[in-house]
Design a binder for this molecule. Sequence first.
Ligand SMILES: [Zn+2]
Length: 84
Amino acid sequence: MSKPNMQIRPLDDLGRIVIPGDMRELLGWKSGVRLELSVGDTDSQFITIREAHPRCSLCWKEPEELLPVANGFVCGQCKESIKK
Ligand SMILES: [Zn+2]
């Protein structure tokens, strides 16, 4: 018996998987949503997929306010540390 929110999907030759429609609907993920994938622990062979939010390009945090820069964003704290 599997967990109700767990499904097993094959990885294709190009490394793609299909995220089931009911999961996408539950999370409000529509076509084109940007997803962030991360590997936390290679021993457990576990990845996390979540909706991507803008991050500071320097400290990688996700503060409420970000300042746009050339190819990304910078948080206020990093902006102040650059000034010094
Ligand atoms: Zn920052």
